[in-house]
Design a protein around this ligand. Structure first.
Ligand SMILES: [Zn+2]
Length: 111
């Protein structure tokens, strides 16, 4: 048994309860963050079927594209995916998305 934990059952139960409460709080925060991100979603990608050993590729769409799909990507997430996959992500010919420009790097301080 860990030396950090109390040896008696009552205090172990108190710790268990506190940790469960903390976990529930973290899970609520995660859900709220996911909902916030979904509200900012303006993009989605239709991924090609993946085969083992082949890097994934897909097509980027705007939220209002008529193609069947649901926006689930924020500007930040799309930028990250475009950085990661480069030309393997094509622009949808129907909605012709103009993906968000990369954030400008922070200014370099002289010296
Ligand atoms: Zn599209």
């Amino acid at each position: 048994m860990s030396e950090l934990l109390p040896p008696d059952l009552p205090r172990l139960r108190v710790l268990e309860t506190a940790l469960r409460l903390a976990l529930a709080e973290v899970q609520q925060a995660i859900q709220a963050a996911e909902e916030q991100e979904a509200a900012r979603a303006r993009w989605w990608i239709s991924w090609q079927r993946r085969r083992p050993g082949v890097r994934p590729s897909g097509v980027l769409h705007r939220a209002d594209c008529w193609w069947r799909g649901k926006a689930d990507l924020s500007d930040e997430r799309v930028r990250a995916l475009l950085d990661e996959h480069g030309e393997r992500i094509e622009m949808c010919p129907a909605c012709q998305p103009r993906p968000p420009a990369p954030e400008s790097p922070p200014p370099v301080s002289p010296g």
